[in-house]
Design a protein. Sequence first.
Lengths: 326, 326, 323, 323
Amino acid sequence: MSGRDPRGDLARNLYVVQLRIRRFEETVARLFAQGRLPGFVHLSIGQEAVAAGACAALREDDVITSTHRGHGHCIAKGGDLGRMMAELFGYRDGYCAGLGGSMHIADLERGVLGANGIVGAGIPIAAGAAYAFQVRGLDRVALAFFGDGAANEGAFHEGLNLAALWRLPVVYVCEDNGYAELTATAVHTAGPGVAARAAAYGMPAAEVDGTDALAVHDVVARAVERCRSGEGPTLVVARAPRWHGHFEGDPQRYRSRAELEQVRREDPVALLSRRLLAERWADPTWLEAMAIEIEAEVTAAVAFAEGSAPLDPEAMLRVAGVEERP
Amino acid sequence: MSGRDPRGDLARNLYVVQLRIRRFEETVARLFAQGRLPGFVHLSIGQEAVAAGACAALREDDVITSTHRGHGHCIAKGGDLGRMMAELFGYRDGYCAGLGGSMHIADLERGVLGANGIVGAGIPIAAGAAYAFQVRGLDRVALAFFGDGAANEGAFHEGLNLAALWRLPVVYVCEDNGYAELTATAVHTAGPGVAARAAAYGMPAAEVDGTDALAVHDVVARAVERCRSGEGPTLVVARAPRWHGHFEGDPQRYRSRAELEQVRREDPVALLSRRLLAERWADPTWLEAMAIEIEAEVTAAVAFAEGSAPLDPEAMLRVAGVEERP
Amino acid sequence: MTELRYWQAINQALAEEMEHDPLVVLVGEDVGAPGGAFGATRGLRERFGPERVRDTPISELGIVGLGVGAALAGLRPVIEVMFNDFLTLALDQLANQAAKLRFMTGGRAQVPLVVRTLVGAGKGTGPQHGQSLEAWLGHVPGLSVAMPATPADAYGLLRVAIRHDDPVVVFESLRQWNVRGEVTPGELPGLGRAAVRRRGGDVTLVSLGGALSRAMRACELAAAAGVDVELIDLRWLWPLDWACVESSLRKTGRLVVVHDAVGFLGPGAELAARAAERGVLTAPVVRVVPPRTPVPFSPTLEAAYFIGAERIAAACQEAVRNG
Amino acid sequence: MTELRYWQAINQALAEEMEHDPLVVLVGEDVGAPGGAFGATRGLRERFGPERVRDTPISELGIVGLGVGAALAGLRPVIEVMFNDFLTLALDQLANQAAKLRFMTGGRAQVPLVVRTLVGAGKGTGPQHGQSLEAWLGHVPGLSVAMPATPADAYGLLRVAIRHDDPVVVFESLRQWNVRGEVTPGELPGLGRAAVRRRGGDVTLVSLGGALSRAMRACELAAAAGVDVELIDLRWLWPLDWACVESSLRKTGRLVVVHDAVGFLGPGAELAARAAERGVLTAPVVRVVPPRTPVPFSPTLEAAYFIGAERIAAACQEAVRNG
Ligand SMILES: Cc1ncc(C[n+]2csc(CCOP(=O)(O)OP(=O)(O)O)c2C)c(N)n1
Ligand SMILES: Cc1ncc(C[n+]2csc(CCOP(=O)(O)OP(=O)(O)O)c2C)c(N)n1
Ligand SMILES: [Mg+2]
Ligand SMILES: [Mg+2]
C-alpha cells in the first residue's frame, strides 16, 4: 500500500512512527511500574505527533538535539528500539552501553546528537551543528527539540541570537505541553508566549497543533526548506499535552481530573488513524497489521534488552579513558 | 538661582552632574596615561547624560546596579568623588578599601549596589532588589544600567522574564553606545535591536536620545512611576556614543577618524549648556562658577586619594573573614 | 526530640526560620504550589503566602542572581537549585557575585544568601544528576559549604546557614532523603563544626555528606576485623573543622577519606594535603573515592563507582597494616 | 627556532593548525576583526576568512555550547572565553556536555573542542578578572587542562590541544603575555607531559602556569642559600604527569607547590595528597599559594597575594630544614 499518493505515504509513515513511540513508551511505563527500570523516566505519550511530524521533514543526514523527554525524538529519527530499551535497563548493548540512561540516548549514525539531562542545553548545541554544516558548505540541517520551560533558560536566548545572527540552518521546535515539571507555563513564562520571542531576534515563528502530525510536518518542512536555501532559522511552537506525569511516579496533584480526561481526548494516534480511514489512505486491515507488527517490534526490543547485561567496571574505565584511580 | 522654575532646577542639576562626571573621568584618563592608576579603566565620556538623567529620576532610597563603565552611575547617584578616586588608586580610603577597583565601586548608603566586572550580572541582581522591595511592601525602585552587548547574555533574558513575570519595580536602562568592546552592535545583536526584545516578555520599552539628559530623565521618570504604582518593569534604551576607547589604552582601530570626530559633536555637556542659556535657565556666570566649583571638587578628590595608602595584608584577611592560610 | 525523615527536617527548618524572620523567602523551581520536586517545601506556600514562596522559571542563573540582589536589599533568600549539577549554570552569580561582594566592597556589603541544592549520587540519576560538586564551591573564597548527612543536620545546618550573614551553599543528599532520625527542635549547631560519629584509636575516617551511612557500616566491619575507627562526619567543607580532624590524627596517625565527589581535586585532596603539611601521618593516606569518570547510569556500575562499606573498611585495615 | 612573545606563539599555533586542517575554526568575542582583545588572533580573520574566524555576541554559555555542537558535527572548534573568570557562565556546556558526551554515549561521541581562556592573575585585574580556576576543570572527568607558561608551550600545548579528540581547556597567562622565548616550529610535545625546568636534589618544586617565572627566580635564591631545587613545570593539570613528580620526590623526599589558584582545594592539594598516599615524603609538604580570599585589586596587596620568589625560596629552605 504505497506510492499511489505521496500524502498518503507520508500519513501512513507518520502513523507508524507515532504508534511505535506510543507502544514503546507504554511498555516503558509498565516496566518502570514493575520496578525494572532504574533512574528517572520521562514519557512523551500524547506528544508523539511533534516528534513524528518534525523528524519526517528531515533527511537522514540531518541532525537533532533532544531532551530529557526524548524517546519519541530518537524513534522518529530512526533509532533502534532494542538498543534504546537496553539503555533504559542500563545494559551494555544499550545505545550508551548503559552509562547514560534514558536522558542521554544518542544515535550519532542517525543524527541523534543526544537526549539531555540539562534543560535548554540542546539549543546552542544545535546552533553549533548548524554552524558546522554552514562552514563545511553542506546543505544539512540541525533541529533542536525543547520544552516550553526551556524557553526561559539563558541558553535559549543566546542560542537563538547566534542562530539568527549567523543565519544558521537550524529549526527550533518548542514542544509546549503547558508545564515545566509541576509548574504551569503561565507561572514561568512572561509575555505572549514562546512563539512571540522569535521576533526579538528577527526570526520567523510558526505555531502549530502538536497533535496533528501532518500539520507539524508541513510547518517544519517549510522551516527546513528555508534552512537549505540559506534563509536561516525558524522557531516552531507545537502545542501538545503530555498524558503522564512529568516523570513516571509523578502523582500529578497539580492537574485536575477533568484536565487529565480532556487531554486524552486529543489523542494524536487516534486522530491520525481516523484521518487515514477518512482520506482512504489506509483501511482497517492495514491498521490491524501495523498494530501487530509494532507490538512485535516492542516485544523484540524488550527481549533484546533482557538478553543483555551491565558493562563491567573495567570496561567502563576504558570508555572513560581512565585506567588509574586518583 | 533656584525654585522659580522646577524644569530649570532639574536642567541645572543635570548639567552639574554631567560636568562632574566629565571632569572626573578626564582626570582619571590623565592619571591613567601617567601610569598612576592600575588595572583596567573604562570611561563613559560622551554617555554622561544617561547616568545623569536616569539617576535624577530616582529617589535617594532607590537602588542601581552598574557596570564596568560605572563611574558616571555612581557619581549621578551621589557618590563621593574622593572615595571613588581613592578606590581607583587601590587605596584603603577608597569605597572598597582598594580591594575592588574601578569595576567594583559600590556605595550601599546611596543605593549603588555596585559596578560589576561581569557583563550582564547586574540585571538579575536588580530584579532581586526589586523583589525585596515588593516583598517588604516598600515603594522603592531598582534600576539596572547595562550595555548593548550585555543584552546578549542569558542573564538579560532570565532577568527580564522574571521582572515581567512578577511585575517587579525595576527599570532596565540599556546604554547603547554601538559597541561591545571592539565589536559593533550589528555584529553581535540579531533582530531589530535591544528595545524590540522587551515585547518578548510583554514588557514596555522606550527609546531615547542618550545625549539629552532631560529626555532621558523624562522617560525614566515615567518608568519609575509605573514601578511605584505596581505596573512593573520597563526597558529603556538610550543611545549615546562613547568617546574614548573600550578601556583606556584602546587604540580604537575599529573606528574611523570621521566617526571619532562625529561623536564629539554630540557632546551632551555642551548640548545642555546651550539649552540652559537658550531657555534662560542659567547664564554664563553660573556656567563659569560651576566649572570652577567642579574643577575644585575633582582636584580635592585627587588630593584625598593621594593622601591615602594601601590597606595592609592582615587587614585584608580580616575583611575577607580569613585569618589562616590553607 | 521528634523523629523526622531527612526531607521533613528540611521542611521543618524552613518553616521555623520563616516563622522566626519575615525576611526569609524561598525561591526556586517548583518550590511553591507543588511543594518542591521532592517535597521539601510542602505546605510552606500555603502557610507563608505566594510572596515569600515563589515558583520560578527554569532560570538558574537568574534566580541565584535574584537571590543576590534580594539579599543586598535586606531579605534572607533561600534559593533552591534542584540538583547541584545545575549550579554549573549559576556559578557566576554564586562565585563572582555572592561570594565576592563582601570582599570587593571592602567589607561593606553583606549577602545573607542560602542556596539549597541536591546531590543525586547513588540514586540511579546518571551523569548529569549524580555529581557532587562541593569541591568547586569550597574552592571559592567567600562561600561556606554545608553537607548535612542526617535529619538532625538537615535541620540544624540549614537553620545555621539561613542565620549566617554571608552566602552558604547547602548540599542535601537524595540518598539520605527518606532516612529517619531524631531532630532536636531549636538546636543550632556551630557553623563549621564537624561531628565525631564514632570514637576510635586506630584510624581516622573522614566522611562527607551522603557517604555517612556507608562509613558507619564500614566502622562496624572494621571493628569486627579488629580495627578501631574514629569516624568524623565533616558536615562543613568550609569553614573546615581542621582542628577536629588534626586532633584525631594526632591520636591515630592514619587518615582515610570517603566522599561521593570525584577523587581528583576532590575534598579528600585538601584533607590529605593538610595532613601532609602538618606531618601528622604515620601511614599513607587512603582516599576511597570515585574515579575520574562521570557517574554511570547502570545501577551495578553506580554501586561500584560510589565505593561500598566493604571497600571503606578494607581501606581502614590497609591503613593500619601500612604503619 | 624563532623567538616569539607568548601571545605571538599562540597566534602562530592557531595559524598553523588552521592551515593544517580546514575543520579548525575560531569563535569568540572580538577574535575576528579586532584580532582578539589582547591580540592573540590578529590577522587570522583576514587570512582564513569570516566563516572560520567568528566574532560573537557576549554569550559565553552560547558560544561554548555552539562549540560542542560544531565539534559533534565534525569541526575542531577553538572557542575563546576572554577571562577564565567568565567560564563560570559556560560550565554547563563545558562540564555537563563537552566533558561527559564521550562517556554518556558509551564512548561513541567525540568532542574535539578547545576552549582558550586567560588568567589575569598578577596584572591588577582584580577579584573578577584575576582568578585561576583550573582546579574546577581538573575536577571534571572528561576534560584535559593545559597551562602553558612559556612561548614554546603557548605554541606547543595549544597545537596538541587542537589535535586532541576530546575537550581541552587551555589556561593562558596574561602575566606571561609579552614574555619572549624560543619556539620550535612543528614541535608537538606529548599530551600531559610535565617539564623539568631545573635539575636538583634537595627539594621538588612544582609550579603551574604563570607562577613559573617566580619559581625560576626562587630556584636561584634557594641555590644561593645552598638549597638545590628541582623545578617541575606541570604544564598539564590533567592528564597529570604524576610519574614525573613522583620520580623527583623519590629523589628529594620534599615537595613544595606554587600556583596562582586559591590554595584551599587548589591544584597543590591534589599533588600533596598523592605524595601523602604514596608515602614518598620525608618532610612536610609546603604549599606557597594564595589565601582563601578573592584577588585584591590594590597592586601592593596583589603582589603579596600571589607570593613572590623570596617566599617560594624560603619555603624550599624550610622544607629542607624540616626533614
Ligand atoms: C538546567 C536544568 N534545570 C532544571 C532541571 C530539572 N527539570 C527537568 S525537566 C524540567 C522541566 C522542563 O520543562 P519543559 O522544558 O517544558 O519540558 P517538559 O518536561 O515539559 O517536556 C526541569 C525543571 C534540569 N533538568 N535542568
Ligand atoms: C561575562 C563577561 N564576558 C565578557 C567580558 C569582557 N567585556 C568587558 S566589557 C565588554 C563589552 C560590554 O559591552 P557593552 O555591554 O555594550 O558595554 P560597553 O562596554 O559598551 O559600555 C566585554 C565583552 C566581561 N567583562 N564579562
Ligand atoms: Mg513543558
Ligand atoms: Mg556597548
